[in-house]
Design a protein around this ligand. Sequence first.
Ligand SMILES: Nc1nc2c(ncn2[C@@H]2O[C@H](COP(=O)(O)OP(=O)(O)OP(=O)(O)O)[C@@H](O)[C@H]2O)c(=O)[nH]1
Ligand SMILES: [Mg+2]
Length: 709
Amino acid sequence: MARSKPLKLYRNIGIIAHIDAGKTTTTERVLYYTHRKHQIVDVHDTKEGRASTTTDYMEQERKRGITIQSAAVTTEWRGHRINLIDTPGHVDFTIEVNRSLRVLDGAVVVFDGVAGVEPQTETNWRLADQYHVPRLCYVNKMDRIGANFAHCVKGIKERLAKHALVCQVPLGSSDEFCGMADLLAGVGYIWQSEDKDSPWETVPLDELPGRLKFSSDADNDWLANLPKLRQDLLETALALDDDAFERLLTSGEFDPDLLMRCIRKGTVSGQLVPVLCGSSYRNKGVQQLLDAVVDYLPYPGETGGIATVDEDGNVTGEQEVTDDAPARALAFKVINDQFGTLTFCRVYSGVIKKGDTLLNATRGKKERIGRIVEVQADDTREIEEVRAGDICAFVSLKETETGDSLVDPAHPVLLERMRFPDPVISVSVEPKTRDDVDKLSLALYKMVKADPSLRLHVDQETGETVLMGMGELHLEITIDRMRTELGVDAIMGKPRVSFRETFGKAVEHTYTHKKQTGGSGQFAEVSMIFEPLEQGSGVAFSDEVVGGRVPREYIPAVEHAVRTELQEGQVAGYEVVDFKARLVDGKYHDVDSSALAFEIATRQCFREAQRLSQPKLLEPIMRLEVVLDADYLGDVIGDMNRRRGSISEQGQKGSSAFVDGFVPLAEMFGYINFLRSATRGRGTFTMEFDHYEVVPAGMVEQLMKKESK
Ligand SMILES: Nc1nc2c(ncn2[C@@H]2O[C@H](COP(=O)(O)OP(=O)(O)OP(=O)(O)O)[C@@H](O)[C@H]2O)c(=O)[nH]1
Ligand SMILES: [Mg+2]
């Protein structure tokens, strides 16, 4: 079967933003205007249980009116196939944005026209930078009271992209918002009503000031400035083409097609970020946004292919996006439910057909592709084959996890993985009834496999099962989803901070394990050096033994012992991170040595060495932003200081004040209650993990006492 649609007519895009900016609302309109749906469902309808939006179908999403997991939909606009992923804005579900951006070619960043740039928008923007994803800005909610396009554009230019290019200007704001001026086309679009099927009238730019009069001076100023804004746009965009720029400056003439090509070139290469506006809820601007997606965002491979890497993650080359190459796909999401496993993949090259066998190059295991489906939120449609550029799901794969490479077995290669955020909060999890013990471990295992921002750990001393995640909501939702999707009830303990430990300084240490009990005994000796590494480096092990002083067959036991022992450090039983363990020497005995003896010796060696190294306790530090009424600023800042926090910035955002800073997570439980009472319910905050920091020596005991309560 030949390719039915040329790659140039594909757009794989994500919608990303801070919580509540209107991503799901916009997605719902996209599905309506592209004729994938006959009715629009609003997020509040979903919340009130009347109907569900296409992408927020999960029970927990419907109940809370927020998106929790990314959902993919496929649709068509102007002959282009658009694969669109609606992502969550809540900070606890960042992994969903992360994995989506890894496999998408472009993104639409949505802004709340009142709030402007919000913390999670910044975080997601930085993620898109990391993955080099070209993007468009869409200033939504222009119909809300207090919507302020100028403030939003200023925020975008100052905090996100100096090179933001205003392509549309809103006509009016709040209840006077009636459409937008398109600076490229040189026309305004004025909607007759807010009905979803309302037509719009197209009016030349120079007629707009005569037609429209708004109650706000700021809105009228935009109108008066349209000719200048259009000239700015022409000059910025055409500067990407020397000849065109020259002609514009000398004769004022330009070719509209070339202008569009320049903006496309600038957007795709990251030199420009077009800014559009609208109100998805009032059905204004969504079709124009779709046009911009088609006109400016790249097709698969337009910005290059995917990097190939070696086992240590070093880049070795690039796989271009084409059908005429061995099959190569990256798994970016795994969903488990009663019906089985769906593994979402982005195909980078080649053609994959039903019945093919691929190699999971990450795990060295073969996978047979039984069924392939195209996914429409919670609905699937079976297809025969997928090609370079496609996003699809394979059904019932056995070995593949998020981030794995699935490739042609004759041409094995690893594709660059995505980075996973660090879990910083943990809870103990217990089955509700005794009968559920085994079911619970299996269910937890499945949840963790599907969500790389979760981690599972069994406390060796207490036998307690500990689940780690990104935040309280993340853990709560995970436990709730286990109940609804896998039918397993569990009880969650009090959330705790995931502290960590590390070596304070490099230590060389030798331990001899010797035991003589009647007949054969146990003997093993290891000499090891433990060195602290830079934060975020992870854990490394090297075998530097020469002359067979520790036989090769025992080396895996030594490494295994290190990796087991690091789970519970000597300061307070937390995971030990960022160090290198080097096995430098040892002794063995022909009869009495065994893998077990080497494991025991290594574990003891690790413990003693960590204690000798003046080990450190590390705690997660969160980036906090509080938005509030200026009157309460003093109280909130005072409180942040009491919580061992530091303030990094404070200022004004529209009519509200804001404070940004860093605070240890250990001090932040129950913050919402404090903020509510301190600001009479009018303050809001967002908090996300930023980095780990050494706990001051004097604080360790106090903190551990608090934790054990
Ligand atoms: N006034 C107004 N409200 C809007 C607009 N777009 C969305 N909303 C409302 O804003 C709220 C949040 O919208 P969502 O679409 O769920 O936002 P989201 O970005 O998907 O949120 P998360 O997925 O939870 O991050 C809902 O109550 C919407 O009805 C808009 O253009 N104007
Ligand atoms: Mg949403």
